[in-house]
Design a protein around this ligand. Structure first.
Ligand SMILES: NC(=O)c1ccc[n+]([C@@H]2O[C@H](COP(=O)([O-])OP(=O)(O)OC[C@H]3O[C@@H](n4cnc5c(N)ncnc54)[C@H](OP(=O)(O)O)[C@@H]3O)[C@@H](O)[C@H]2O)c1
Length: 317
């Protein structure tokens, strides 16, 4: 390996950080040197960092030659929370990179569970109760997707393609075929009142933290369901539990939680209206991720601005 090749430092608190050594080597060969935290490096010699959920013990200080930080996922909340990361260094996140189709499947599972009454049949089965219900058409099922970006946009379009009555919500105005798109904070409460299945694919930002509280979840019609495949800090979990207890929320499919792993004493674990999964709705796929990072490095070298997937720190996503 040539010592003149750029040096990429992986700082990851995710599973098996060492895997990235082989994945980057397979893609770049000798054209990139790779080190993986906690391996010691000369910070001044590092050209790029690839990070995911960086451990508190890892430092982002002293990387004086750093050209970019590549986020090994879509959500950059953990990275933006790092006070030791130089704000002048661009953060580039993954855009879809194989996550959108996974998220479509995850959301569809929740939508079908509600629309085709699988939650009610599971309860019937537990009681050995034979109780058929008339199925409802997708076209009569109002699904709202909050967040219409690289992943949420794919979810909204896939559900619309299956015939669901899909509404979408974003910060700025968007137009997606087959989706009734709304934008801006002022549009939210009215939209919630029209929603039967609510899906969050929003980033975690100061505006979206605790967005799902007694007021907003309470604005859903009685018997609505909630799917959160975005970030746990968007939810006031006490308010959600109370609305689940009362039956106002019929079913919640939750992939993300305020505290992860979900604490043993959380009532969400055993609530009969909750399906909980361990932050697996859409996982980073190493191959597509590294391909996208290679494109990012090429764009950096070509002086492209803004870079594809570059995070706008002012918006926090
Ligand atoms: N659980 C998992 O396994 C998993 C996996 C991957 C991603 N995620 C989560 O999914 C999130 C979305 O990913 P993405 O790649 O689709 O993000 P993205 O491309 O950045 O899209 C974000 C979308 O949210 C909208 N938005 C942001 N703030 C808003 C606000 N205050 N009000 C209304 N809309 C707002 C944006 O509006 P504009 O269109 O106007 O910009 C955009 O449509 C990630 O940030 C991550 O938290 C979770």
């Amino acid at each position: 390996m040539s010592s003149s090749s750029p040096l990429l430092y992986v700082i990851s608190g995710g599973d098996d950080p060492g895997q990235w050594r082989g994945v980057f080597a397979a893609r770049f060969g000798d054209a990139l040197r790779v080190a993986v935290w906690p391996e010691a490096v000369d910070p001044a010699a590092v050209d790029y960092i690839a990070a995911w959920s960086p451990p508190a013990a890892a430092s982002f200080s002293g990387f004086s030659g750093l050209k970019a930080v590549f986020n090994l996922g879509a959500g950059v909340d953990k990275l933006l929370a790092r006070a030791d990361l130089d704000p002048a260094v661009p953060i580039i996140r993954l855009q879809d990179a194989g996550m959108a189709p996974q998220m479509v499947e995850y959301a569809l599972y929740g939508v079908l569970r509600h629309q085709r009454d699988f939650d009610l049949y599971a309860a019937d089965q537990a009681e050995k109760r034979w109780q058929p219900r008339l199925p409802r058409l997708a076209a009569d099922t109002r699904v709202t997707v909050l967040g219409l970006g690289a992943i949420g946009g794919a979810v909204a379009q896939a559900l619309a393609g299956l015939g669901y009555a899909v509404r979408g919500w974003s910060r700025s105005a968007r137009s997606l075929p087959g989706v009734d798109c709304r934008a801006g904070a002022d549009a939210l409460l009215r939209l919630l009142a029209e929603t039967e299945i609510l899906i969050s694919v929003l980033p975690s930002t100061p505006e979206t933290r605790r967005l799902f509280n007694a007021d907003t979840l309470g604005a859903l019609p009685a018997g609505a369901s909630f799917i959160n495949c975005a970030r746990g800090d968007q939810v006031d979990e006490a308010a959600l539990l109370s609305l689940l207890d009362s039956g106002h929320i019929r079913m919640a499919l939750l992939d993300v939680f305020v505290t992860e792993p979900l604490p043993q004493d959380s009532r969400l674990w055993g609530h009969p209206r909750v399906v909980a999964t361990p932050h697996v709705a859409a996982s980073t796929l190493p191959g597509p991720a590294v391909d996208q990072i290679a494109d990012g490095i090429a764009a950096l070298k070509a002086g492209v601005s803004p870079l594809p997937g570059q995070v706008d720190r002012g918006r926090s996503y």
